[in-house]
Design a protein around this ligand. Structure first.
Ligand code: ASP
Length: 416
């Protein structure tokens, strides 16, 4: 019997996971089926995510170093840098603007009051994170002993070191061509292993979603329904309308074409809620299905997974407005501008792991004098909302690599 394509298997796995999760969620906590299924789902999902994480660091390291080295051969390095950073900042700015417009229009949280959530807030101690300290901490984390960064799985620091190494390799010219070849071959080897890990994706994704849906407390979701709808609505608007429109305007590619090539990564992002864990799948989709040149993908995608987070930026801004409404504070234009910039910094600084956005949100709230403990209200629903924002985060990286490739590829080479 011929199995359906991996793409289709992953999609089927996602649907089975959600349905089975809902079924288990309805069973008694002590039901044997529930206990055993969750135990098995826990093992399978951990194995899948562990394997992705195992391959992540060698992949990031090689793909960036090789990507930079090859870009230089094409003499396009400046243009790629500039196009990438402009794309990242603009797409996050649009996402935040959407959140602010929707938040001001729908006013979620109006009519509710912070005191209604006093219990939740009391049991939560928010660590202070002033903007200055946050920026200082972020900068301090950029340059780390590469061996420590590699061994601790510190993605941001590995990205930075690989960038520096890539630049050093190309400036050294022909002298280092053996090292470049070695890294190139190692990258191919790592991608081969990613291909093997992907065979487990259908089971891994079924297990992840089963576990997620079966263990969520959906009651809290209904008390915050308006906020959830505003966040989900604007995130979908960004992912289904804005990003595809940008893609179409710059590359002429249809959303359907993009979806077909990108869905392995999008579904993995949804199930894992981690841009970093999804990175091996994202790189595979972008290079193999969406036909982005490895040197562009190798640079844009890993960098994007650590700093380009449209969904997170949008969420940080939406949550700040929501908490302001709960606290009965009307944020004026200047305060909303502060939210705009701090939400972007918070998204850039958030690592690509589950619920990272919640940690950096403390800074956004504090920047306009909102109570950071109010985050406790959002914590119970965060894992569910994280699925969608991580998907859009990853989608932004993929669209970015296609747009950058188009922008760079179309203009004549002019450096030197
Ligand atoms: N989970 C998100 C990601 O990995 C980050 C966040 O919490 O917003 O992209």
């Amino acid at each position: 019997m011929k199995l359906p394509s991996l793409n289709l298997q992953i999609l089927i796995g996602a649907i089975v996971g959600v349905v089975f999760g809902l079924y288990l969620g309805g069973l008694d906590a002590g039901a044997l089926t529930k206990i055993n299924s969750l135990y098995l789902a826990g093992i399978a999902s951990n194995l899948f995510v562990d394997m992705l994480k195992m391959i992540l660091i060698p992949l990031v390291f090689c793909s960036i170093a090789v990507g930079i080295a090859n870009l230089r051969q094409h003499q396009q390095i400046h243009r790629v840098w500039i196009a990438t950073l402009i794309f990242f900042v603009s797409s996050m700015a649009i996402a935040i603007a959407l959140a602010l417009i929707a938040g001001n229009y729908f006013k979620p949280g109006y009519g509710l009051h912070l005191t209604m959530f006093a219990d939740a807030m009391q049991s939560f101690e928010a660590k202070q994170m002033p903007l200055r300290e946050f920026v200082a901490q972020f900068l301090h984390g950029l340059f780390v002993n590469p061996f420590a960064a590699l061994s601790q799985g510190n993605v941001l620091a590995v990205v930075v070191f690989a960038l520096i190494l890539g630049i050093a390799l190309v400036l050294g010219g022909d002298r280092y061509k053996n090292i470049i070849n070695l890294l190139q071959e190692f990258l191919e080897l790592v991608m081969r292993i990613v291909g093997w890990v992907m065979y487990l994706a259908p089971i891994g994704i079924t297990a992840l979603l089963t576990k997620l849906i079966a263990t969520q407390d959906l009651a809290m979701l209904s008390s915050l329904v308006k906020f959830v709808m505003v966040v989900v609505g604007t995130t979908l608007l960004h992912g289904v309308v804005v990003l595809p429109l940008i893609l179409f305007m710059f590359t002429g590619k249809s959303p359907l074409w993009f979806w077909r090539g990108a869905r392995e990564a999008l579904v993995t992002a949804f199930a894992t809620s981690s841009s970093s864990a999804t990175l091996p799948v994202t790189l595979r989709c972008v290079t193999q299905h969406l036909h982005v040149k490895p040197e562009i993908a190798g640079f844009v995608v890993p960098l994007g997974a650590t700093i380009n987070m449209d969904g997170t930026a949008l969420y940080e801004a939406a949550a700040a407005l929501f908490i302001a409404n709960l606290a009965g504070i009307d944020l004026n234009l200047t305060q909303q501008l502060i939210v705009f910039f701090t939400a972007m910094i918070a998204a850039i600084g958030a690592p690509g792991i589950p619920s990272a956005g919640m940690v950096t949100m403390v800074m956004v709230l504090q920047s306009v004098g909102l109570p950071a403990e109010a985050i406790a209200i959002l914590l119970p629903i965060d894992r569910l909302l994280d699925t969608l924002r991580t998907t859009v985060n990853v989608q932004g990286d993929m669209v970015g690599s296609l747009v950058v490739q188009k922008l760079v590829g179309n203009t004549p080479l002019s450096i030197n």
